[in-house]
Design a protein around this ligand. Structure first.
Ligand code: CA
Length: 364
């Protein structure tokens, strides 16, 4: 089997937002779809995919590890973090989609099988730094009908400032616990907003309120600060959405981070995340992927997370379902707070090309 076409696709959705997808066609008639995180519009990743196109044409799509290794080293000076890694993730997901279709099996079967065929989700609610306590509670209430098993409140603060409103943030953490009682798990995402001392202060309250994890308390890339915070607290510290390499995840594990959160559409795709899962397993650390994209990203993440030994945390969802559903005949829809694992070949998504075609926009 040979790759005959690689198309980077910028897709604009009727309800807002855009996606950075790749479509790969083969000489055997199989087509695979992948996705890159749409960081800053996602155009940088699409350009990297376009730049790889000539190198990819004629290669065997089942050689995804070889393809990823070659392209990583070929383009390392463009990264290895950020848009370049996301482009390789998109290519990898599309190649796994093709592999599954070639074998007539869903990707989770190719990865070794699902420990969990049904995956509860958690509501990831952003923008809480600038909200009042009442507005935070309203935002949380707006998700409760979907029965998430956990709610994450993200603060999304200005990363150039630290400890802007510690008492206010702590009041919000308290109010959310009071609102949901003990029935729903909670986690707190500082989005890198605190100093070491500020993070430890907030972390102690989160322990008292029985939050499940404390995400990105301190500046990204500053592993010494993560080490100090993780060392001072019992609550697991989570991080990893801003790491793009196996070594970056390794540094966080060395620093004592208890939950690592690489993102399948940002780094490595299935090939990379399975290696990170093995690394996390080596050190007894949980791998709970970061995940923000509602269709390809969501389904790719479901396949991967289902296969994780000792996986018990829910999968991330940061918007209510629906925005990208028109692109497929069988969109992922949660029932009673959980997603069923797709069973069709590859990703298991039945793409409707005519619906995709009319949403494609030119970039650059
Ligand atoms: Ca986060």
């Amino acid at each position: 089997m040979k790759i005959i076409e690689v198309q980077p696709l910028s897709i604009r959705w009727d309800q807002g937002g855009s996606s950075s997808w790749v479509r790969i066609r083969t000489d055997s008639g199989l087509t695979g779809y992948g996705e890159a995180s749409p960081m800053y519009g996602g155009h940088a990743s699409l350009q990297v995919i376009a730049d790889c196109r000539d190198w990819l044409i004629g290669r065997d799509p089942l050689d995804q590890q070889v393809i990823q290794d070659h392209l990583f080293f070929k383009m390392a000076k463009l990264g290895p973090d950020g848009a370049m890694a996301a482009a390789l993730a998109a290519l990898d997901i599309a190649l796994w989609d093709i592999r599954g279709k070639a074998m007539g099996m869903p990707i989770h079967k190719l990865l070794g099988g699902a420990h969990r065929p049904v995956l509860p989700f958690y509501a990831s609610i952003g923008g809480n730094g600038v909200r009042t306590v009442d507005e935070v509670l309203k935002a949380v209430e707006s998700w409760l009908d979907l029965k998430p098993s956990l709610i994450k409140i993200r603060f999304d603060a200005d990363r150039t400032r630290r400890d802007v409103d510690l008492p206010g943030d702590m009041a919000k953490a308290r109010a959310v616990r009071q609102l949901v009682g003990d029935s729903i798990g909670l986690s707190f995402d500082a989005n890198n907003g605190y100093s070491v001392q500020g993070a430890i202060r907030v972390g102690r309250l989160l322990e008292e309120l029985e939050y499940v994890w404390f995400e990105e308390p301190v500046q990204p890339f500053h592993t010494q600060s993560f080490e100090k915070v993780a060392g001072a607290l019992d609550i697991p510290v989570a991080a990893g959405e801003q790491e793009y390499t196996l070594q970056g995840i390794g540094r966080l594990i060395d620093a004592g981070v208890g939950i690592v959160q690489p993102d399948i559409v940002k780094t490595g795709g299935f090939t990379g995340l399975m290696q990170m899962a093995a690394l996390a397993r080596t050190y007894g650390v949980d791998l709970v992927p970061h995940q923000t994209q509602p269709l390809i990203g969501m389904v790719a993440n479901l396949h991967l997370v289902s296969t994780l030994l000792h996986g018990h945390h829910p999968v991330e969802s940061n918007e209510r379902p629906g925005r990208q559903h028109a692109a497929v005949a069988n969109p992922p829809i949660p029932m009673d707070g959980a997603y069923e694992l797709p069973t069709g070949p590859g990703l298991g998504l039945e793409f409707v090309e005519s619906e995709i075609e009319r949403r494609i926009t030119v970039w650059g």
